[in-house]
Design a protein around this ligand. Structure first.
Ligand code: KIV
Length: 288
């Protein structure tokens, strides 16, 4: 592992660009803590997103709406401490960038200065192009996010697949172009039909990273807890569960509980002992 690590270097935005040009798929995953970001780094994912999905899959909120900057920043710091190679992207929470350009720059800056992130993600298309431009102009790389945008899902009719009609497809392509023109270095496409996602990918110079948007994107992102089977409320159709950690954790905790109750744990392997000469000085052991 050490040897492998030594060979790898930090993933940069030009690296992602090069991957698109060379047709090498970009791997992005969310992470919300030190250990999982360490593992993501060790296996060589290209980029880690500290997603506002943290609010749902870790904090148990029903949606991503309540997540705050103050909740996400310590998470970003933990992810930063755990990983050195993947490009780190912080997800700007609802109302941390929509109110004004000044606010957007200030909060994006907090992700970089206080959270140790290297880029930020913002949800929204054309309507967010000016905000994206001002963040980029302040020196902070921006990843766009169109299609289903969970922060404004209510306004757009819920979690509805985007791009089912040619008209919707044209609108999505225009949104993607607006973000590219605003200086975004890439765009997340969430729950976009794969035909439209393919058109957007072909139309843009910058990479597209799909989640539920099919096979023709330049890369893929998944929520870590979906990959690991650690979110039981629902699993979206587009997510793939590679392991059922909930079940494994359940089994481990059942075994632990059983061993504590039966006295099997702790065993001799898990205890610290005194020098026998010292034990005799303690006096008799009381019962119970
Ligand atoms: O918050 C998140 O995890 C995301 C991904 C779904 C792209 O925005």
């Amino acid at each position: 592992m050490t040897e492998h690590r030594a060979e790898r270097k930090k993933t940069t935005i030009p690296d992602l660009q090069k991957m698109k040009v060379e047709g090498r798929k970009i791997v992005m995953v969310t992470s919300y803590d030190f250990p999982s970001s360490q593992i993501a780094d060790q296996v060589g994912v290209d980029s880690i997103l500290v997603g506002d999905s943290y609010g749902m899959v870790v904090l148990g909120y029903e949606t991503t709406i309540p997540v705050t900057m103050d909740e996400l920043l310590p998470v970003c710091r933990a992810v930063n401490r755990g990983s050195s190679r993947p490009l780190l992207v912080g997800d700007m929470p609802f109302l941390s960038f929509q109110v004004s350009q000044e606010d957007a720059i200030r909060n994006a800056g907090r992700f970089i200065k206080e959270g140790g992130m290297e880029a930020v993600k913002i949800e929204g298309g054309k309507e967010m192009a000016l905000i994206a431009r001002s963040i980029v102009d302040s020196g902070i790389p921006v990843l766009g996010h169109i299609g289903v945008t969970p922060q404004t899902a209510t306004l757009h009719g819920g979690y509805r697949v985007q791009g089912r009609t040619a008209k919707e497809g044209e609108r999505l392509i225009a949104n993607a172009r607006a973000l590219e023109e605003a200086g975004a270095f890439g765009i997340v496409l969430e729950m976009v039909t794969e035909e439209v996602a393919g058109r957007i990918t072909g139309a843009l110079e910058i990479p597209t990273i799909g989640i539920g948007s099919g096979r023709y994107c330049d890369g893929q992102v998944l929520v870590l807890n979906d990959v690991l089977g650690l979110y039981s409320r629902f699993t979206p159709k587009f997510a793939k569960r590679y392991v059922d950690l909930s079940q494994m954790i359940q089994r481990a905790l059942q075994e632990y509980s059983g061993e504590v109750r039966s006295g099997q744990f702790p065993s001799m392997n898990n205890v610290f002992s005194m020098d026998p000469a010292e034990v005799s000085k303690l006096g008799p052991r009381r019962k119970g």
